[in-house]
Design a protein around this ligand. Structure first.
Ligand code: FES
Length: 162
């Protein structure tokens, strides 16, 4: 069928097919370039895990009543105020890391996971927890706020007096 190939009537169909393949090729290259650009951007972007600060602003001392236990679930800490002053205790159980709960009716802190119990000063009453709940560094900021450093433990009975 050589006559058909040289037939000028076939020329527009031939061009159309050629144009189709050129467009397919250009489209494929564009998609590949876009895809590699997206993956390249993700590869070059730092994989940073943003964690909340270990320093907690617990507010003004006058917000706490004497002999109060205030649980901060967001930061897993207790802010205590008794006659001796303020202190902060970690709410994370020293057994396997569950977050404990203050039980005012029992006047104790209890762990829901395996039953460890603690006095409000963090000392252990019973259960599998190997250590007391640690006291956390606490201080008064220049603005007069109670500040707690969740990352720094201190010896027990280091009260903050206002
Ligand atoms: S995690 Fe608290 S008792 Fe096990």
């Amino acid at each position: 069928m050589p006559e058909e190939k040289n037939n000028p009537q076939n020329q527009p169909a031939e061009m159309s097919r050629r144009r189709f393949f050129v467009r397919m090729g250009v489209g494929s290259i564009a998609v590949a370039t876009l895809g590699s650009g997206v993956f390249g951007y993700q590869f070059m972007s730092p994989n940073v895990l943003f964690e909340p600060s270990l320093i907690v602003n617990a507010g003004k001392p006058e917000e706490y009543e004497v002999n109060s236990v205030t649980f901060d679930p967001k930061n897993s800490i207790y802010v205590m105020r008794d006659a001796a002053g303020f202190y902060a205790v970690s709410a994370v159980c020293t057994h396997l890391g569950c977050v404990t709960a203050w039980k005012p009716e029992l006047d104790m802190i209890a762990c829901p996971c395996h039953g460890s119990k603690f006095h409000k000063d963090g000392t252990k009453i019973e259960g599998p927890a190997p250590k007391p709940l640690p006291w956390l560094r606490m201080w008064i900021s220049e603005e007069g706020n109670l500040m707690v450093d969740r990352g720094t433990t201190v010896q027990a009975r280091q009260f903050v007096r206002v």
